[in-house]
Design a protein around this ligand. Sequence first.
Ligand SMILES: [Zn+2]
Length: 132
Amino acid sequence: MKINEQITTVWQAVNGCNKLPLTVAEQRFYAALETALNQHASDARQEAAALGCLSAEHKVSGSIEMEPRELRKFLRQLVEQWNNRPLSEAEFILFGRLAEALTAFGDEVRLGHPATERRCMICNVPVSRCCC
Ligand SMILES: [Zn+2]
């Protein structure tokens, strides 16, 4: 999935989750997004520090709260920023994690329960059968 499509799908999933209460699959999806974003904050801090870039460090300090409204705002900023410049390594890793969370969410909705196995992000088969 291309990054622009991916972020759009995440965005749609988050908007779709605006109703209350969240289903179990949606709760799990939100938790995965929260983990990915908090890991990204940490990665981005390290990346910025390695580059000696203090201003970037300030932007990503602290953990990210997962109020749906704040998440949508955060994703909107990401889309706008990433449309205009290449991804850093930390951002590239974040997109991988978002893709993984999206796949797991889609599988859970389709199956009615969490998939027993993660799928390969390249060939899309369960990891035990992946030959990549
Ligand atoms: Zn594979």
